[in-house]
Design a protein around this ligand. Structure first.
Ligand SMILES: Nc1ncnc2c1ncn2[C@@H]1O[C@H](COP(=O)(O)OP(=O)(O)OP(=O)(O)O)[C@@H](O)[C@H]1O
Length: 270
């Protein structure tokens, strides 16, 4: 952790230097406005996401939590522009998924437990390829590749074939890949799924780096204990509705329960 934090300053842009003022900084937040999605099933419609609104500010980690089928993935897919909403939009930097879906996409980084790597490319080739997809100028991409490799301790892997890496090494590479275009907003879908204790700690370190770099971070996870330690604010989704949103203390005050687990059990049973 110490090593990562020591060098993080050089690897990803800091909010104070990247933006001139607080008002400018506030544009770099994620706004989700009245997102809705219905799926047509054989026996009628299913509302997977119902009029969901939330905001995530720079330097804030927001836990989007909910039981199986609550609508988390559907929400993420709509924010990422992979699924057309029936209503509402997501916006970053004043751009919206309705009017400039590619502009929004270029401002989002995505890390998922299902991330794969291009087996036949070296790690460096793959990182530069992704940078190119995001139109990062080559020299800047090379510089980011070096700096982020130091940050996530993968410098010794840069010239190795991605397909030969261990699970933990791949994880670090995909974390770097998510940041190669220096997006202001990061979406993390079940980032600790299937990882050992070291892998989980890597994710914790990564998220604290993102927070300190002023990224707006959304984390979807079933690990409520982890979410409680990681996130500044939470949205509790159930059957497509955002039932509660707020800090841990606000959730406690609203529900009368102490832990996320208790809040969840109550939510699902009632
Ligand atoms: N393409 C689709 N067609 C029909 N129904 C879908 C489709 N995608 C999702 N759903 C339904 O929408 C609801 C929400 O699914 P979603 O995958 O968003 O939940 P989730 O909160 O991510 O669940 P999990 O934690 O189990 O991954 C579920 O009832 C699911 O079956």
């Amino acid at each position: 952790m110490d090593g990562l934090l020591r060098i993080k300053q050089t690897a990803i842009s800091q909010p104070s230097t990247e933006t001139a003022s607080e008002s400018c900084r506030s544009h770099r937040m994620l706004i989700v406005h009245s997102l809705s999605k219905r799926f047509q099933l054989e026996h009628g419609d299913l509302t997977a996401v119902d009029n969901l609104s939330l905001e995530v500010h720079p330097g804030e980690v927001y836990g989007l939590l909910g039981p199986n089928g609550a609508g988390k993935t559907t929400t993420m897919r709509m924010i990422l522009g992979l699924l057309e909403p029936d209503g509402g939009y997501a916006s970053v930097d004043g751009l919206t998924t309705q009017t400039d879906p590619i502009g929004v996409k270029s401002r989002l980084g995505f890390v998922s437990a299902n991330d794969g790597v291009y087996s036949w490319l070296t790690v460096r080739e793959m990182l530069l390829y992704f940078a190119d997809l995001y139109d990062v100028p080559h020299q800047l991409a090379e510089q980011r590749c070096e700096n982020l490799s130091d940050l996530m301790e993968i410098r010794n892997l840069l010239d190795r074939r991605a397909g030969d890496l261990s699970t933990g090494q791949r994880q670090r590479v995909t974390l770097v890949r998510g940041l190669i275009h220096d997006p202001p907003v990061m979406l993390l879908d079940e980032p600790t799924r299937g990882l050992d204790v070291v892998g989980v700690q890597t994710i914790f370190d990564y998220i604290s780096i993102l927070r300190q770099a002023g990224k707006a971070v959304v984390v979807c996870t079933h690990r409520l204990d982890e979410a409680e330690r990681l996130c500044d604010r939470f949205g509790l989704l159930h059957k497509g509705h955002l039932q509660y949103t707020g800090t841990m203390q606000e959730l406690r005050d609203a529900t009368g329960h102490k832990t996320l687990v208790d809040i969840f059990v109550d939510l699902i049973r009632n």
